[in-house]
Design a protein around this ligand. Structure first.
Ligand SMILES: [Zn+2]
Length: 443
């Protein structure tokens, strides 16, 4: 195998790219600076006690005039009255008793720094420095993605409150391919390289998936981060350079249970007649936000028969989506308004013919209803042609980050694929819905 040689080359390339990125120009030979003995600085940390004010703490250490001058400088950046119990104040002394600076943490990412310059106090906002690292994790689904990541002993060194961010990140990059609440199967497998910004206390400020693989019932999905302009506005692509995004998100509600699927004929619970259910129902509590599943223009908005308060959106490529039973519409929108993918357009309710609060969601392509859960959705934009060279040179090393993790047991998934039941087969696009059936009437 050539992979280990390849990986060594990549590690060298990565190390180089880190250096280049850090200084923005070709690396220079570092020369040790002569060390000059700096005057010793003494830091005294004071944690604000319950009921104590910043002014009281200052009064113990500064003259009245000095306090007022310092507070004036402080107020240019923040409000001393908003400081809470436990707020950390650092007094920095030069020598024995010469107060030269005060740092007040506003939150975990920012402090107000007060510095004495020519006898007057000046203030500025200082960002808490972070360092960047990459963590790697992999796992097999035993019950849910959530529990696999949260209970991963390899992630014990992370703050517990940061673990859900990893689950969210995976859900976000694969949301167009995999519905983690519905499609994930026992034995599904993931490998992830995740870049973090870490605070000095070890907590995570921000993070992003660099490369991820999710094997869902034997089918591998990949997401490779690519940012051609290096401006943070990148996106994730699969190994072929196709966007992981689709023109449509899979579901218009974040956390909801599918209470009724698309079908050519079923008994209507209120009308008690057999008729087609030409959409998907999501049961959710009243008031749950409903999101447009793709960019588009609102073509209809208002009461619409059995659908109750409904919105219809026209999208590119001959698609229309329809959302029914809303309790109310999002404000600021009307017929003709442009909406963005994931923009909130209204809220779950039970207007029209509904036995309980839910969203009825329809998708129509070229005038015919299609099953939103089975239709082959148009993809987002692939890697732009002018960035193709950069993509080709970056994609393999990024994907190879995953090779530090054990590979998924593909043989086992091949077996699993043979015995999957209805749930798995329902993911694959079925044939055209029974358009010739007399049950398949428009509402
Ligand atoms: Zn419905």
């Amino acid at each position: 195998m050539t992979s280990s040689a390849g990986r060594t080359r990549f590690v060298a390339a990565l190390a180089l790219s880190v250096v280049v990125a850090a200084c923005g120009e070709p690396p220079e030979v570092e020369v040790e600076e002569p060390v000059l003995a700096a005057p010793a600085e003494r830091a005294v940390v004071h944690e604000l006690a319950w009921g104590e004010t910043f002014g009281q703490v200052l009064a113990e250490r500064l003259s009245w005039d000095d306090q007022q001058d310092l507070l004036t400088a402080f107020r240019r950046q923040g409000n001393p009255r908003s400081m809470r119990e436990g707020a950390e104040i650092v007094f920095r002394y030069a020598g024995s008793n010469d107060l030269r600076g005060v740092d007040v943490a506003l939150d975990r990412d920012e402090s107000i720094r007060l510095t004495r310059v020519l006898g007057r106090w000046e203030s500025s906002i200082v960002q808490t420095p972070v360092y960047t690292d990459t963590i790697y994790f992999a796992g097999e689904i035993e019950s849910s993605l959530w529990s696999s990541v949260i209970d991963d002993p390899g992630l014990d060194h992370l703050e517990p409150r940061d673990l859900p961010k990893l689950v969210d990140a995976l859900d976000k990059v694969f949301q167009w391919q995999i519905d983690f609440s519905r499609q994930v199967q026992l034995g599904d497998y993931y490998r992830v390289a995740y870049e973090r910004e870490v605070r000095p206390d070890g907590s995570m400020r921000d993070g992003r998936i660099l490369a991820a693989e999710f094997v869902n019932v034997g089918t591998p999905f990949h997401a490779i981060w690519f940012d051609p302009n290096d401006d943070g506005e990148g996106s994730w692509f699969d190994l072929e350079g196709e966007s992981v995004r689709r023109a449509f998100i899979l579901k218009p509600i974040d956390f909801a249970r599918i209470s009724s699927r698309f079908s050519a004929g079923r008994r209507h619970p209120i009308l008690n007649t057999i008729r087609a259910h030409r959409g998907v129902d999501y049961a959710a509590s009243s008031g749950t936000p409903i999101k447009a599943t793709a960019d588009g223009v609102i073509t209809r908005r208002g009461p619409n028969g059995g659908l109750g308060n409904a919105i219809e959106i026209r999208h590119a490529n001959g698609f229309v989506t329809r959302y029914g039973h809303m309790s109310r519409f999002a404000s600021g929108l009307s017929v003709g308004s442009r909406v963005r993918q994931e923009q909130v357009i209204g809220y779950v309710g039970m207007t029209g013919l509904a036995t309980g609060p839910h969203l009825h969601y329809e998708m129509i392509r070229n005038g015919r209803h299609v099953d939103p859960l089975a239709v082959d959705l148009p993809s987002g934009d692939p890697v732009p042609a002018e960035s193709m060279d950069a993509w080709l040179s970056e994609m393999q090393p990024r994907r190879a980050l995953l090779d530090v993790l054990p590979p998924p047991g593909l043989a086992r998934y091949a077996d699993a694929a043979d015995v999957t039941g209805d749930e798995a087969s329902s993911q694959t696009p079925s044939g055209e819905p029974g358009s010739g059936s007399e049950l398949d009437r428009p509402r």
